[in-house]
Design a protein around this ligand. Structure first.
Ligand code: ATP
Length: 326
């Protein structure tokens, strides 16, 4: 097999803190192994539209601490079509790329798998999403930072909730997964955590709120993942107000602040390690895998498996959260 001399790197889907640290590691690893690295701007859109430029070590200087992604990210419908992917492959040939590192979530890795198969092309995936919902890694790049962002926001909300005896319903990101909600909920001692993976019965929720009140805890924090069955924080607030019209119930939807900000040390280290390993994996002849970290060891999982399986929530931790929240 001919050795790989040029590779491309892109970030796609929702951005996540730590993507820059991963890009930096890919570029630096490329320099270390004597491989030229090309940055593909705006994800798959840039691959189709030839937004491709060489990235040197000086291009990734002073970025490890920055949120977002210097390569920018995008969602690209055209890449979901065969014609779109063909255009992308033509640009791969035009630049003589021998491999691709894609950094993103479930959708991004789905596209990567299709592309790699269709053109028999070496693609390595890196788990870049705040949601932590990818099979094959304990943590995704950006998750730890997002949780810390939520924790610092909820700590502030708790101060005002306590001062005014208010119940705050805080909505966090997670359309299909409750990882952010569960972890931040435990860290902020939330009275209740609502996640898509576990059904919460409205009566149980109302009872535990009432119980909290009678224990003279006038205030309370309920963390809701946006994809929870109740339909988000506003719906939960409505149900509580219907039952307890005299309670002072407020909603806070944290939104996009969860995606931004300087990555935590954990995310920087994770992204650096995985970024380096992705280049090494390409040079070792691996393809069609996601590079993750499991039990503090590097783990390669086929993209097929990563996409097919859902990462389960830690059920034990969820039960503990229920007990501690009461
Ligand atoms: P996040 O988890 O943060 O939302 P993501 O990577 O899952 O990130 P998506 O918007 O689902 O984000 O996907 C990103 C891009 O991946 C899409 O815009 C599209 O270009 C590509 N993609 C997604 N699904 C497919 C698919 N089935 N076939 C080909 N490409 C796809």
């Amino acid at each position: 097999m001919e050795s790989i001399k040029k590779i491309g790197v892109l970030t796609s889907g929702g951005d996540s803190p730590g993507m820059n640290a991963a890009i930096r590691a890919v570029v630096k690893a490329g320099a270390h192994f004597g491989v030229e690295v090309f940055g593909i701007y705006k994800g798959y859109y840039g691959l189709i539209n030839d937004l491709i430029k060489p990235l040197a070590s000086q291009d990734v200087y002073n970025i490890i601490h920055r949120g977002g992604t210097i390569l920018k990210s995008a969602r690209c419908k055209e890449f979901e079509t065969k014609e779109g992917r063909k255009k992308a492959y033509e640009n791969i040939l035009k630049h003589g790329l021998g491999g691709l590192v894609v950094i993103g979530g479930d959708g991004t890795l789905t596209g990567a798998r299709l592309f790699g198969k269709e053109f028999d092309f070496p693609v390595i995936g890196l788990p870049g999403t705040i949601d932590n919902d990818l099979y094959g890694t304990d943590y995704t790049i950006g998750y730890d930072t997002a949780v810390n962002t939520v924790v610092s926001a909820v700590d502030k909300i708790r101060d005002t909730a306590h001062s005014h005896d208010r119940i705050f319903i805080v909505e966090v990101m997670g359309r299909d997964a409750g990882f952010i909600a569960l972890r931040s909920g435990i860290a902020t001692a939330a009275e209740k955590i609502l996640i898509p993976e576990a059904k919460t019965f409205i009566e149980d929720l109302l009872d535990s709120i009432e119980k909290g009140r009678t224990q003279e805890e006038g205030s309370g924090i309920i963390i809701v993942a946006e994809g929870d069955d109740f339909g988000g924080a506003n719906e939960v607030a409505k149900k509580i107000t219907e039952r307890f019209p005299d309670y002072d119930v407020r909603v806070s939807i944290l939104g996009h602040i969860q995606r931004g900000g300087a990555p935590s040390a954990y995310d920087r280290v994770l992204a650096s390690g995985l970024g380096f390993q992705s280049v090494k994996a390409l040079l070792d002849g691996r393809r069609g895998v996601m590079v993750g970290s499991m039990n503090r060891q590097i783990a390669f999982t086929s993209l097929e498996k990563t996409i097919k399986y859902n990462r389960p929530i830690n059920a034990e931790l969820h039960s503990i959260a229920e007990i501690l929240g009461l």
